[in-house]
Design a protein around this ligand. Sequence first.
Ligand code: FMN
Length: 332
Amino acid sequence: MSTKQPPQNRVLKILKSNVSLAPMAGITDYVLRSMVRHYSPTCLLTTEMISSEFLNQNRNQNEILKLDNSHHPIAYQICGHKPYMMNAAAKKLSPLADIIDINMGCPVKKVVCGHDGCALMNEPELAYDVVQAVKEGTDLPVSVKFRLGFTQDNMNYVKFGQKMQEAGAEFITLHARTRKQMYSGSADWSKVKDLKNNVDIPVFANGDVKSIDSAVQCMEQSAADGVAIGRGVLGDPTLIFRIEHYFKTGEKLAPPDIFERLQMMKHHLDEEIELRGENVAIKFFRKFYAFYISSIPNASKYRGVLMVEEDYQKLCKYFKEIENDLYALKSA
Ligand SMILES: Cc1cc2nc3c(=O)[nH]c(=O)nc-3n(C[C@H](O)[C@H](O)[C@H](O)COP(=O)(O)O)c2cc1C
């Protein structure tokens, strides 16, 4: 009988928590990562996907690449299907990252038609070469994020995960939907268990974890090593910390109330302005309003104004007006 031990998984040494921030293009930029980190000193942060082609063309991607010392541990996610490009991208990002993550789950038509993202699940041999090329470009652990498969009829996530492990991936995040589902239906956390039972590397479950309760259910159903959270942090950058806190202590901390959310919204906007400049940031930020003010009375009226206002001082004045309305309602 062989006494050879499997090599120690290096990702386990990097992870300080079993919760991660999932990558979201146009969302998990420097500012949002910093906000999530402010509450959670331990979760694994992930950048949004970085095109290996753009990176190699030296296009300015400051908002994505920018790093603060506090962001560690952090995975930089790259996207592409050309092994030499992915190798070069890994080389460039290695001085910043703790883990290089490869996007094999993006379902967007433009990405998939370019053979990137989830398209790689249909080309496991190429995906294997991509992982190997990335490994040759970095000494850091390499991880892969993918889906259940391309369609319901071709859910190859177990075989695909095994292949990624064979290629040298040391960590997997599985979004428990198919490409065809895009973001519809619900994530099937029980499928993550099939993968977990068939690979030796850590697996994080992803999809639809939006609260402490859903994180607990996801961990139970998936038997995963952790959960990756994307949309749940929109409007609530404390969620990851609150889940970590519950896992550690069993105590359920309350989500931020609407007044705290309004403060977070203002801070988020101010930081985006610092990063991108006022004109760009004010338009860029519009996608976040709905999440910060969801579920408050008159939210759609407020949104209507916020979505078109271009003047920073007027926006600040309107934030104050919303706050005053809410105080008035509270004391009525
Ligand atoms: C706006 C948006 C952008 C996304 N961008 C990326 C990306 O760059 N890379 C990636 O691997 N997944 C990306 N995803 C997918 C998320 O990481 C995650 O897998 C998905 O949203 C399901 O998790 P959730 O329900 O916690 O949001 C994106 C999702 C959204 C909604």
